[in-house]
Design a protein around this ligand. Structure first.
Ligand SMILES: *[C@@H]1O[C@H](CO)[C@@H](O)[C@H](O)[C@H]1NC(C)=O
Length: 119
């Protein structure tokens, strides 16, 4: 009889070899600026700010990275004068739709620097 652990010891190095690149990939693959709506069944924003100054990727990312908020904030969406913060990754939150007013970003996305307006 072949024990389970004997089978695992043969299989697991192959499993690890197959899964490690996937894990590394998941870490690196960011969803940035994808237009859409909240995915059906996804938890709604846990925090929302409705004002144009907060509704830029740079300002909303900064809010998402505020120390008191950061532990929950995995992604954010901006549009329609709002900044919305989510616990889900952007990939899990967005139902892509190019007709949407909202663009979704993972918190680790590079976003355009805040633009300083001058008259
Ligand atoms: C846009 O924002 C307004 C005011 O907060 C809200 O009533 C409206 O539902 C929003 N529109 C969409 C498409 O989310």
């Amino acid at each position: 009889m072949v024990s389970t652990s004997a089978i695992l010891s043969v299989v697991s190095p192959f499993l690890l070899a197959a899964l490690l690149p996937l894990a590394a990939n998941a870490q690196a693959a960011l969803t940035c600026g994808v237009l859409g709506w909240d995915a059906l069944g996804a938890a709604p924003a846990f925090y929302a700010v409705n004002n144009p100054a907060s509704a830029t990727p740079a300002a909303c990312k900064k809010l998402c990275q505020t120390p008191s908020i950061t532990p929950k904030c995995a992604s954010f969406a901006v549009g329609n004068s709002s900044c919305l913060l989510y616990t889900n990754s952007a990939a899990n939150q967005v139902n892509a739709n190019t007709g949407s007013l909202y663009a979704y970003y993972d918190v680790n996305c590079a976003v355009p620097a805040a633009v300083a307006f001058s008259a």
